[in-house]
Design a protein around this ligand. Structure first.
Ligand SMILES: [Zn+2]
Ligand SMILES: [Zn+2]
Length: 122
């Protein structure tokens, strides 16, 4: 796994298939260009996430994947969308219309080149 900088943090994702939560380790890849990289994803339950007390900071920027990024730990999908309502990262299987597995918000996936990524979230 790549070495993490001190800017690394964990954001919470939800699998759209099984609705279980997972954590994603995000690191700052390029400070000048505001580029973030998804480094790792791991299964976690909500109580665990809560106990860890992940930073509740929000960052804004582009996202790329580390070559070793495994994708959603449940369904192995790398693509994702961010729920416009609750901010969860949800693995995305290519449907244009999606329903957030966490808050039930329905929406249309739009392509974006930059994102708001929220640390913590449980
Ligand atoms: Zn998934
Ligand atoms: Zn949501």
């Amino acid at each position: 796994m790549r070495k993490l900088s001190k800017e690394a943090f964990v954001t919470m994702g939800v699998c759209s298939k099984c609705k279980k939560p997972f954590g994603i380790t995000v690191d700052l890849a390029d400070e000048r260009r505001n580029e973030y990289v998804f480094v790792w994803a791991f299964k976690i339950n909500a109580e665990q996430a809560h106990r860890e007390g992940y930073d509740s900071k929000t960052v804004h920027g582009g996202i790329s994947y580390d070559p070793e990024y495994p994708g959603c730990p449940y369904c192995e999908e790398q693509a994702f969308y961010i729920c416009g309502k609750c901010g969860s990262i949800v693995c995305w299987h290519g449907d244009r219309e999606v329903t957030c597995p966490k808050c039930g918000n329905r929406g249309v996936v739009e392509e974006a080149s930059s994102f708001d990524i929220r640390g913590g979230g449980y």
